[in-house]
Design a protein around this ligand. Structure first.
Ligand SMILES: Cc1cc2nc3c(=O)[nH]c(=O)nc-3n(C[C@H](O)[C@H](O)[C@H](O)COP(=O)(O)O)c2cc1C
Length: 232
């Protein structure tokens, strides 16, 4: 797969088929992830794949509770989902949130059927900076395998329970950074078009000065094919 196709179409997919992901594909996904940059090449990461149905059922109950907590924060104007960037179109943000809620509801309602959960642990992930390159590489490699999914931090609301359920050696400093729910998507992959264009979010030689080039449309796929904007 062309690297730009992967970069443009690795959307968060929340409607997943229950079909298992072959172990060899899982190996390729994680083998790509561990090539990612990380501070000092200390590789203080650990990935726990969960495909045990009983365990997934336990996590499903926690996920639904955690999601309710996140939406309560959102409703009170707190948390990372609450407000778009200054100057952004609030109507477009509301529309994105609406779509995300729909696909998120689907995931929550079908969580028991998700074929694979991938818990990502790190020691001192530097606010995520030291682990998100690996997570993003895993998602890109998954995309190349036709596997989709979503990264979520919802289960960090229940870190103690997660640590207990998967037996994390917390005394060594391991903490959950994120969890990926992975599977073959029900929907189509589309370009992440619901993004503010480059010239609105970039400047040159000083904040707010023109970047120098306008990018009104996504540059891949060479503006030939149609682009999708749905949060799948
Ligand atoms: C740090 C981080 C946390 C996220 N947490 C969640 C989450 O808890 N639930 C969810 O459905 N999506 C989550 N996402 C995915 C974003 O909602 C998604 O990337 C965004 O809506 C844009 O959609 P797209 O990537 O499909 O274009 C998270 C993404 C990041 C980077």
């Amino acid at each position: 797969m062309d690297i730009y196709e992967a970069l443009y179409t690795t959307r968060m997919m929340r409607r997943l088929r229950p079909d298992p992901i072959p172990l060899k594909a899982q190996a390729r996904i994680l083998d790509a992830a561990v090539r990612a940059p990380n501070g000092g090449n200390t590789q203080r990461w650990h990935f726990v794949a969960v495909d045990d149905r009983d365990l997934i059922r336990r996590f499903a109950a926690l996920f639904r509770q955690g999601r309710a907590l996140e939406f309560a924060k959102f409703a009170s104007g707190a948390g990372p989902m609450a407000a778009p960037a200054p100057g952004a179109d609030t109507a477009a943000h509301a529309e994105t949130m609406h779509r995300m809620k729909g696909s998120g509801d689907y995931l929550a309602d079908h969580f028991e059927e998700v074929p694979l959960l991938l818990f990502v642990f790190a020691i001192d992930d530097l606010g995520g900076a030291n682990i998100y390159p690996a997570i993003w590489s895993a998602l890109l490699a998954a995309r190349a395998e036709g596997v989709g999914g979503v990264m979520t931090m919802v289960l960090r609301n229940f870190a103690d329970e997660v640590n207990e359920l998967v037996g994390v050696p917390v005394e060594q400093g391991w903490k959950m950074s994120a969890m990926l729910a992975l599977g073959y998507p029900l929907g189509r992959w589309g370009v992440a078009a619901n993004r503010r264009p480059v010239h609105e979010v970039s400047s040159r030689n000083g904040w707010g000065k023109p970047f120098g080039v306008e990018v009104p449309q996504p540059l891949w796929p060479s503006q030939k094919a149609s682009t999708g904007s749905a949060n799948e």
